[in-house]
Design a protein around this ligand. Structure first.
Ligand SMILES: [Zn+2]
Length: 286
């Protein structure tokens, strides 16, 4: 399937398996095109059927960017520059564009060109009212959202954000080594890990376990460190697919406090897997 932007007459197409999207490089963004499965129809496109042989030409077009948002109005992590560098490196290695910003107006102006929005150790209230509207519209129309570490310490005043992410941070013990229990290896963020993943982090506690409303991928083994506050059910990494309601995919990892984490190949693979999941693509550059 191919598509044409009705405003710029540019044929340009990117797709995930469930939600084909039309993306025009002339900034006015993308819209959901007619999807074979959900029949969502966007307002600015016309659709054409093209033979499969045309797909290679279409796939060769530049990918849509991943937007990494790092604004903080509360605690600011020293690891943010390392995290941004890691996402840029992943983009260079795997062929997808990355834009990092602290500017809430970038989100407020719309996320139509994004295939993944990453809140990387954001903190406090970081969105304008227009930005909240834009993020919600993006997520509810199939956009991928990924939160890393202090993303759970963000937008406490906006209930929708807590629902999107799955849980709210409450406290953490001291930074220390411990063990992550990998519960689910059938996910691109955890498939490369063994059953136990030694890591050094803050072992975030949450107000309530999100288990039941999300797919838990990994959890904290509180017997492996001091000061755990959630007991036997302590999820650290989870995801959710809202595709059945037309929404996007969400991934969250509580790991990622330290600058050193972002140089760790296992953690980088973890982040890449999260991106692959929220973009619903085996290779984010596609
Ligand atoms: Zn931290």
């Amino acid at each position: 399937m191919d598509a044409q932007c009705s405003r710029h007459s540019v044929r340009y197409f990117m797709s995930d398996a469930r939600h084909p999207r039309v993306i025009c490089p002339e900034v006015h963004g993308n819209a959901m095109s007619e999807c074979d499965l959900c029949m969502t129809i966007g307002p600015i496109v016309t659709l054409h059927r093209t033979p499969p042989t045309a797909m290679s030409r279409v796939w060769a077009m530049p990918p849509a960017p991943v937007l990494v948002f790092t604004r903080t109005t509360a605690y600011r992590h020293d690891s943010i520059p390392d995290g941004i560098a890691a996402f840029h490196a992943l983009g260079a290695e795997h062929g997808f564009g990355v834009e990092a910003t602290e500017d809430p107006e970038v989100l407020a102006d719309g996320l139509g060109c994004c295939r993944a929005v990453v809140f990387l150790s954001t903190s406090g209230e970081v969105l304008t009212p227009r930005g909240r509207e834009a993020l919600r519209a993006y997520a509810e129309s199939g956009g991928g959202f990924m939160g890393v570490h202090a993303a759970a310490c963000t937008e406490y005043d906006w209930p929708y954000y807590g629902e999107l992410l799955g849980a709210r941070f409450t406290r953490h013990p001291e930074l220390q080594p411990g063990l992550v229990t990998v519960e689910d290896h059938g996910h691109p963020a955890t498939g490369h890990l063994g059953p136990v993943w030694p890591f050094t982090d803050e072992w975030y506690d949450f107000g309530a376990s999100p288990r039941g409303s999300v797919r838990v991928l990994a959890s904290a083994d509180e017997s492996s460190y001091d000061g755990g506050g959630m007991g036997a059910d302590h999820p650290l990494v989870w995801c959710r697919d809202s595709g059945s309601t037309g929404g996007g995919r969400t991934f969250y990892t509580a790991l990622g406090h330290s600058p050193e984490a972002y140089a760790d190949p296992m953690f980088r693979q973890h982040l890449l897997g999260g991106l692959r999941y929220v973009m619903d693509s085996p290779e984010p550059g596609l």
